[in-house]
Design a protein around this ligand. Structure first.
Ligand code: SF4
Length: 526
């Protein structure tokens, strides 16, 4: 019988290859049986795709309806894809009601009873799906049919879960970011975070994991993004993984490798530092969640973070290592006012990270923060459930911050304005200086998207000269240095007649810089 099982998801971008789908696919044979293994396919889309196109592609995967066959489409549902996935499922069910729709993923694992997407689906697996999805498919094909719509996912020991890595195709290896995980879970309990529910972390068997990494490397993989919530929990394992990459670099120094890890900031023992210090520039990127430097806020969200160790470690990383540091702050946490956030930002900025990602609190279903139903925290009703106002900031301040965060991305995190950014932030409070610029830019542009590098150059020139009273010559030379280094090719008004004639080597440098920025931008997305 031509049963068909399609594992589908809508990724945020094409470049993100879904790890979760590959886990389910890898375990179909082990827990579903060889016949189901043979009739399962993967189908990845992006949230930019037209819902009808996605449905057409899924139905093509299923093939024409055969009354004796079972058709299953499993969807991975996340905060970033729940809206378009709901549209896709509504269309799919209207065209082929015989197709069984199974949902899984963090967005539907908690508070699912009121969700439209769950109402449209036939089954929902909450929590881990590696084992439960294949078992559900086996039951749908061979019986007995499950009695319950909602199935609590079985959390198997990690040793019993087949690794997903062979399912990365050669095309994935060459063109997409590869997600890998040496451990699952997190022992910390930050209340805004879904990982707070884990209570602990579980490690995959290290030698087996390293052997999977070695195979991926041999096949050509060079960009690895570790999704471990806290890479530096077990230092022995962290050192062995870093040594794996050091060995590859020693064997083939001409082969560029790029590896991204998430670290907790206050745990960096000497042994780990010694290992990190051996990496050349351009290989390591660390994403370090700081979230808030306000001890009252940290306490309110049950986040344990040693401030002195955090500072010492960040300063060490920025001065003694060549790792690229991407740090995170969250605006809108309970008790965090505009001025306390500004103090935290200024402190973090003084430690010298390469990027500060400015996030805004979101209400993630199932988190302790959501369960508390804090009366002063108001969130948007629709995904991504961004905070609208809190006990410490009003709606206008949240809206101003969201604009500021967008401008910070294109001006600071883009890396395009290094020299002029230093001028812009040269003030007692770099945060308040940027906030002033952000207000001015909003009043003059009335938009946060579509700001080209040329528009930004002209805006920075006007702002720094007119609002900050800096000399035009000084400002222009900073902007020229930034603009040329970025490799941009047009001519902003403020620089007309002042840009040097473009020499080939300058452009080549610019192009390399752009590629690096793009790589960093890609891997730091969720
Ligand atoms: S924010 Fe980070 S440290 Fe805190 S619970 Fe989540 S994953 Fe763990």
């Amino acid at each position: 019988m031509p049963h068909r099982i399609v594992l589908a998801t809508l990724n945020a971008k094409y470049i993100h290859a879904s790890l979760g789908l590959r886990y389910l696919r890898a375990n179909m044979g082990r827990y579903g049986g060889p016949d189901l293994d043979a009739c399962t396919t993967l189908a990845e889309f992006t949230i930019q795709g037209a819902p009808q196109d996605i449905v057409d592609a899924l139905l093509a995967e299923c093939g024409p309806a055969d009354p004796g066959a079972v058709y299953v489409v499993g969807f991975g549902v996340y905060i970033w894809n729940v809206v378009p996935t709901t549209q896709v499922i509504a269309l799919l069910k209207s065209q082929r009601p015989d197709v069984k729709v199974v949902l899984g993923g963090p967005e539907v694992s908690h508070e699912w009873s009121d969700q439209a997407i769950v109402a449209l689906a036939d089954y929902l697996i909450t929590g881990w799906g590696d084992v439960s999805f294949p078992k559900l498919c086996r039951a749908l094909v061979h019986g007995p049919r499950p009695l319950m719509k909602v199935i609590v996912g079985e959390q198997a020991p990690l040793a019993d879960i087949a690794p997903p890595y062979p399912l990365y195709s050669d095309h994935d290896l060459a063109h997409r970011v590869l997600y890998v995980e040496a451990s699952r879970g997190c022992p910390f309990k930050c209340e805004f975070c879904l990982s707070a529910l884990d209570k602990t972390a579980w490690a995959f068997e290290l030698e087996e994991f390293l052997s999977e990494l070695a195979t991926l490397y041999r096949r050509g993989a060079r960009t690895f993004k570790f999704v471990d919530r806290t890479f530096n929990l077990k230092i022995d394992a962290s050192v062995k993984i870093l040594e794996f990459f050091l060995e590859r670099l020693a064997e083939a120094p001409q082969e560029p490798i790029f590896v991204h890890f998430e670290l907790v900031p206050d745990q960096l023992p000497e042994r780990l530092k010694a290992c990190i210090a051996r990496f050349p520039a351009g290989v390591l990127q660390f994403e370090i969640g700081i979230q808030s430097l306000n001890p009252v806020v940290q306490q309110a969200i049950s986040r344990r973070q040693d401030a002195a160790k955090t500072e010492a470690n960040l300063r060490w990383l920025t001065t003694a290592s060549q790792a690229h540091l991407h740090t995170d702050l969250i605006f809108g946490l309970p008790g965090e006012s505009w001025s306390s956030f500004a103090r935290g930002f200024d402190t973090l900025w003084s430690w010298g990270p390469h990027e500060i990602q400015l996030g805004v609190l979101k209400r993630l279903r199932g988190t302790p923060l959501a369960a508390k139903q804090h009366p002063a925290l108001v969130f948007q009703a629709e995904p991504p459930y961004t905070v609208v106002q809190t006990d410490a900031v009003n709606a206008q301040e949240v809206a101003a911050f969201i604009r500021l965060a967008r401008y910070w991305d294109v001006v600071a995190n883009s890396g395009r304005f290094k020299t002029s950014l230093a001028m812009l932030l040269d003030a007692p409070s770099p945060f308040l200086a940027f906030a002033h610029f952000s207000d001015w830019l909003w009043r003059s542009q009335r938009r946060t998207h579509g700001l080209t590098p040329e528009i930004l150059v002209d805006a920075l020139f006007l702002y720094l000269c007119q609002e900050r009273g800096l000399g035009a010559e000084r400002v222009r030379s900073a902007l020229i240095a930034d603009y040329v280094a970025s490799g941009a090719r047009a001519t902003p008004k403020a620089l007309q007649g002042f840009l040097p004639r473009r020499a080939a080597p300058a452009l080549a440098v610019g192009v390399r810089h752009n590629e690096r920025q793009q790589r960093h931008a890609v891997v730091s997305l969720p």
